[in-house]
Design a protein around this ligand. Structure first.
Ligand SMILES: [Zn+2]
Length: 65
């Protein structure tokens, strides 16, 4: 099993992208994800990463060993 911190743990086929790597359309999707209502926007954009295939959202704090 290949585990790579940049690969989505949910679908396993796409890479996780940081906010800066998202295009405008993708950013709009991220703003509408369920986590948007639970977390601070600024914090999400700094800490979280997203899979642009299934829109799994990962939090850096959970991923750090
Ligand atoms: Zn995924």
């Amino acid at each position: 099993m290949m585990t790579n911190e940049h690969t989505c743990p949910n679908c396993g086929t796409s890479t996780m992208k940081g906010w800066k790597d998202l295009n405008d359309e993708e950013k709009e999707v991220v703003k509408r994800l369920p986590a948007a209502s639970q977390e601070d926007d600024e914090e999400r954009q700094q800490m979280n990463r997203w899979c642009t295939r299934c829109w799994y959202e990962s939090r850096a704090r959970e991923n750090q060993a």
